[in-house]
Design a protein around this ligand. Structure first.
Ligand code: PLP
Length: 392
């Protein structure tokens, strides 16, 4: 056991629920990560959309260090805390008007669980309509909203009251919604399902259908939030005001934190929901630093601009390699190539050439780079993709 390396130890002592690439990351800086031999990789995975402000972001690292030396834990159930208070105020400032109460938690799936509980409690109704291809997390409530049967089937029975309609189809939603519907839950741009942007008029149509039926609109902005798509939140592209918004991933600049942000008039009483770690000063300080950095460095505008150039480059590649690439999808720096083949060999070939990308389903290459990715690094990615599509 003593002589096992990190690969062997992780394989031996973890549960086996993950299948990883043969790469051990030991450090990161900005858009780059480094392996144990000091090899450099351009990271377009960012821990699945977490490191939007880059790896080892100085402002975030300093905030964590200072806060760790001051106070790491302060239960929101018992005491007040200045850092948490400032983060709550910041979330009210950056989320759509009228959404200004947040429940802080530690992950995306918890943000969804809280959002579902708040929706059921506020409306007094039980049913939740989610969308096909949607992904909302792995705990039982979120899993019940998640579409992929591969993820949910082994854990049945799921939470009752969930149904799914095709994403993008307003007629089907109109047929499914009823007086019993507490909420419609969806990602404004579907991430894990393959990077699907909404058809024109879809999100405003969903908003209208919810209003007509007394149901809440819950937007899952866990992957799309904090500038990723070229707006602070993806719903902002279409001026959508949800009743509840779930956040996580990029929120903490790498630290594990999430939030369910709800409308001002929604009222909840003490004890209704809670979390030991939720809103602890350590991760709250990281989130505050990350959000301030996004605002001060104009990363939202940067993501829009860089994303446009990146997407144009991907379109060129799609044209040149039409036999391999079916389509380019996405917005801002949430981009994907839908392939006609399995993504795995191409991901491996990219890794061999120092570029890390993600899958989204079996035949999609997904790119979620740090928002400060440079135009040279975008060119590097495009050139490497070109090379890989020629050779693999
Ligand atoms: N919602 C969306 C849209 C996600 O993409 C994810 C994770 O990929 C989640 C929820 C779950 O987040 P977590 O893995 O932090 O629980």
């Amino acid at each position: 056991m003593k002589n096992m390396n990190a690969f062997e130890k992780e394989d031996r002592f973890s549960t086996g629920v993950y299948s990883r690439q043969e790469l051990q990351l030991v450090s990161g800086s900005g858009t780059k990560v480094y392996d144990a031999d000091g090899n450099e990789y351009l990271d377009l995975t960012t821990g699945i959309g977490v490191a939007a402000v880059g790896h080892a972001n100085e402002a975030v690292a300093e905030a964590i260090k200072d806060q760790a030396e001051e106070l790491m834990t302060c239960s929101p159930a018992y005491f007040y805390n200045k850092v948490r208070a400032e983060l709550l105020e910041k979330l009210a400032e950056i989320t759509p008007e009228g959404l200004n109460q947040s429940f802080l938690c530690n992950s995306g799936t918890e943000a969804i669980e809280a959002s579902l509980k708040f929706a059921r409690h506020h409306t007094g109704k039980k049913e939740i309509i989610a969308t096909m291809r949607g992904f909302h997390g792995r705990t039982l409530g979120s899993l019940s909203a998640t579409w992929k049967r591969k993820y949910s089937q082994p854990f049945k029975p799921l939470v009752p009251g969930f149904s799914h309609v095709p994403y993008g189809d307003l007629d089907k939603l109109d047929e499914e919604i009823s007086e019993e519907t507490a909420a419609v839950l969806l990602e404004p741009i579907q991430g894990e399902g393959g990077i699907h942007t909404p058809p024109e008029g879809y999100l405003s149509g969903v908003r209208e259908i919810c209003d007509d039926n007394g149901a809440l609109l819950v937007l899952d902005e866990v992957q799309t939030g904090f500038g990723r798509t070229g707006e602070m939140f993806a719903g902002d592209h279409w001026g959508i005001k949800p009743d509840v918004m779930a956040l996580a991933k990029a929120m903490g600049g790498g630290a594990p934190i999430g939030a369910s942000v709800v409308r001002e008039d929604m009222e909840f009483s003490p004890g209704l929901h809670g979390s030991t770690f939720g809103g602890n000063p350590l991760t709250a300080s990281a989130a505050l630093a990350a959000i301030n950095y996004i605002q001060e460095e104009n990363l939202v505008e940067l993501a829009r601009e860089r994303g446009k150039g990146f997407k144009e480059g991907l379109e060129e590649i799609a044209k040149e390699h039409g036999k391999i690439v079916r389509e380019v999808r996405g917005l801002g720096l949430m981009l994907a190539l839908q392939l006609r083949k399995k993504a795995g060999p191409y991901l491996d070939a990219l890794l061999d050439r120092g570029v890390l990308a993600l899958p989204a389903g079996s035949s999609v290459l997904r790119f979620l780079p740090p928002l400060e990715i440079s135009t040279d690094e975008i060119d590097q990615t495009l050139n490497t993709l070109n090379e890989v599509f020629k050779e693999v």
